[in-house]
Design a protein. Sequence first.
Length: 311
Amino acid sequence: MSVPRRYPLILNPKAKSERARKAFQFVMENATRFAIYATNTADEARTLACRFKDEGEPVVVAAGGDGTLNAVVRGLAGGETTLGILPTGTMNVFAREMGIPFDQLKRALQVIDEGNVEEVDLFEVNGTPFVQMAGVGFDAQVIEETSGELKKVLGPLAYLLSAVKVLGDKPPKTTVTFEEGQTVEGVAVLLGNGTLYGGQFRLFRKADNADDLLDVVVFKEAGLKFVRDTLAGLARGGIKADSGTVEYYQSSGVKVSCERDVPVEVDGEFWGRGDELEFAHSERKLRVLAPEERGVAWWEEVLKTLAPWTK
């Protein structure tokens, strides 16, 4: 009798939230479907994913939040292995982007079994791949300041508290040079491959993660104006091309130069600090198991209703 093939599943067993506990229980209840690899660090998750890619594994499943997912994506980058996702984190931004049920793990597993493959762009910052978005300056500083313990206790609210803490800091001047030749200056930059930022809200209104372009939002001023224009963009369903102190661009590649080292985040995780950053398109697409139809979330319907009042 043949033994059904199991999906290699990479998970972070250190997550301690109630959501993570329920997710671990789900994995255990479906343990016969997986070959489970519990990892100690993000680097170990990346190394495992890279090994599976090199061995020609057709599908690798990531069970975790955006940090675990980014580590697995970095390992799979450049290969033919398809990514399956069991979203078990706090935000699950990329899973939401792809229409993968982030609150129904049974349905998320069904999506993997259905086998519908989508190809999405990968971009890199100084050689590190990312699939959803990246940030230079303020939002990365918020992530840097937000401890894991605080996230476990407060969830998304932890980021708001950190944002209040760093709001008064004076950022260095930042110069953004686009591959197409244009140069602009600002104080912070957000770069989107997908439309979503910080959870379930659309910020990059023109983004398409299969168009070979990054959507780039340059903030011209810091402090309360940064927060005001970001929130206004979220309320409108995305930042407009020229929205107050915010400017919106699309580009195939971007270089960011800062007066001093600044925090950088990729896919919602702190990446490090730098003063010279190059964002480039990766040569290979990422294969992802996703629903054939993504549908429309309830909050998108709400935004459509509110649109006349947010102009």
